[in-house]
Design a protein around this ligand. Sequence first.
Ligand SMILES: *Cc1c(COP(=O)(O)O)cnc(C)c1O
Length: 399
Amino acid sequence: MSAAADPLAEPGGRAVHPALRWATVDLAAYRANLRHLQELVAPAELMAVVKADAYGHGATTLVAAALEAGVRWFGTLDLANAHELRAAGVGDGVALFAWQFGPRETFERAISERIDLGISSLRQLEAVASAVEAVSRALAPDAAAAAPVPALVHLNVDTGLHRDGALADEWDALVTRAVRLREAGILRLRGVYSHLAEASDEEDTGSAELLASCIERAARLGATFERRHLTASSAGMERPELRLDMVRMGSNTYGIPVTDGVSAADRGLLPVMTLSASVARVKRIAAGTGVSYDYTFRAPRDTTVALVPVGYADGVSRRAQHGVTIALHGKRYPIVGRVAMDQFLIDVGDDPVAVGDEVTLFGTGSRGELTVGEWADLIETIGEEVTCGIGARVKRVYV
Ligand SMILES: *Cc1c(COP(=O)(O)O)cnc(C)c1O
């Protein structure tokens, strides 16, 4: 379309951005983060955690990029995400680790697709064993003695979070049954793991000791595990002695800082997501004029407000009204009035602004914008919550 035919073009034919709102996902930054983190945790291996659609970045595309960076372990949380990745062509030479299951989960497809399973209870273990039998029967219906297709099992110890994982007093029974199943060729003990609460260094150390003692008890019961894993982004970065054989990192890989007062840049990490929009309307308002729902803001002077077409349906919290600033032409302007479902306003004073001008909500900082960590601090949350909350209406643009 020529500029002259574009109803949004400014007089003089200046081009305007075609989209209302979009999130740019920098795959080179993601790969650089992964390479940096792989080197940092070596000789431990890096598992890239891509649950929740890769923290809102888009799992399928990010996994393809991570494969180029040499990553061979991915954490998907659930089986649906793991199956999606297999369907997208991620072959079984690449490990996909899932650890959250429904109460009636059936594991046949997971067994066939060689998904690594984080197992917390006897009930799950029995479901996995039945699935192995079903899959093996389906593959070799006549051969009674055909070797089963073993499940890839990681036993999960609860060392304090009280989420999933077997409690210490359930551990021996779980291990004893797993050893029996391994002897029957029903499973491989691919790993043993836990997850830290990160409440304090002392308590994390206690959790690591509990994991170590569970591994020792398992050894006495005849279990040896192919790998041990415990830490995620925070302790994986700060506590080298706890890295064991593998570190499961999400936040760090997306350039989201996880330690208070430490930026991603301080850690040599690059922000991966930039959230942008184009100005949808510009209005000059007189002193005293209220804007947006409830008129929580009334202009203290004559000023210009610009409409940014991103709202809480897109992941911009209503709390962002209090202190969050938005970059336009390299300068930051405050959000004024309520953030609505689909839009909010910024106060640009007497500065020039036109429909179609690009604004940056958060990103690398190179256009004067906040990073996602700074954004999150201002609304008293964490960067992961912000990127995970970016809604489906926001088109992901991969560069
Ligand atoms: C989400 C999650 C991770 C990754 O956590 P980050 O802090 O984002 O690195 C690792 N392990 C488990 C079990 C998780 O649930």
